[in-house]
Design a protein around this ligand. Structure first.
Ligand code: NAD
Length: 266
């Protein structure tokens, strides 16, 4: 029987090219940083370099830590821009090993208060953006040879919202449900061709976003709902993304891995 390939636990992405969308801030920034520490050439794809939580831009931080990263201004809802991003990333090392589809926007409204234009924009970034990025990455990966059992790996960011209601936040939850579905479908359709596609579903992760997400009532609800005695940190999600992006996750495809301190289990 064929054995799963070996992997280096210390530098799990050594020499690999990895795009991380929405990596200027929050969870994407933590993923980019951890991937770079594991030897990846990281392409930070975002609409801005400004760090929501403050601090120096992701690429500067990674470079200062001895890692390899470049910034490419990209709107994930723009198919042409995403195709150019994938082409350019693949030119770095001759292949695109990993894409992490993390970028998102938020516009929390319940059904009766949600304008069509706002629904469309949330869907354009949070769901269509994931479709566009998966399609561009998969097209590229299909042209690559198999390495460590895979032509390439896709990691999507879903959410526990999308499985259970996101209170007063219809469009976000619907988009995240779509991301979870899309992940399984892509995994099933392309497993035979060596493309691995998984999702990470964070629970409440404290990042730098302001507004409603740092609202004491929202945080209090999250604390009451989360069995683990703290809320999540971006690094909790980054570690799960690293597992799914690396050869350590062998024979794992189509999953939606909860990183939620037990929220969905309680
Ligand atoms: N923070 C949480 O509690 C939580 C919970 C569940 C799921 N998630 C998911 O994790 C991911 C990251 O969340 P976060 O809290 O770090 O978000 P964040 O708001 O801190 O960061 C989102 C990043 O996406 C970028 N972005 C926005 N629109 C873009 C576009 N059109 N193209 C490219 N980049 C764009 C932003 O500039 C920003 O850097 C998202 O997919 C989110 O839905 C987060």
């Amino acid at each position: 029987m064929t054995q799963p390939p070996a992997f280096d636990g210390n530098r799990r992405l050594a020499g690999q090219t990895c795009i991380v969308t929405g990596a200027a801030s929050g969870i994407g920034r933590a993923i980019a940083r951890l991937f770079a520490r594991h030897g990846a050439h990281v392409v930070v794809a975002d609409v801005t370099e400004t760090v929501l939580e403050g601090g120096e831009p992701t690429v500067g931080l990674i470079t200062r830590e001895g890692g390899s990263a470049v910034f490419r201004r990209t709107d994930v809802s723009d198919a042409q821009a995403v195709e150019a991003l994938v082409d350019e990333a693949a030119r770095l090392t001759g292949r695109l090993d990993v894409i992490v589809n993390n970028a998102c926007i938020r516009h929390a409204r319940r059904l009766t208060e949600l304008e069509e234009g706002d629904w469309d924009r949330v869907m354009a970034v949070n769901l269509k953006g994931v479709f566009i990025c998966c399609r561009a990455a998969a097209r590229r990966m299909l042209t690559q040879e198999i390495r460590n059992e895979a032509r390439g790996r896709i990691v999507n960011l879903s959410s526990q919202h999308g499985m259970i209601a996101a209170p007063d936040d219809l469009a976000y939850g619907v988009a995240k449900a779509g991301v979870a579905y899309l992940t399984g479908q892509v995994a099933a359709d392309y497993a035979g061709q060596g493309i691995i596609c998984n999702a990470v579903a964070p629970g409440k992760i404290v990042t730098g976003q302001g507004g409603r997400l740092l609202d004491e009532a929202v945080l209090d609800r999250a604390r009451r709902r989360t069995p683990w005695p703290r809320l999540g940190h971006p690094d909790d999600v980054a570690r799960a993304a690293l597992f799914l992006a690396s050869g350590e996750a062998s024979f794992v495809t189509g999953i939606n891995l909860m990183v939620d301190g037990g929220w969905m289990a309680a």
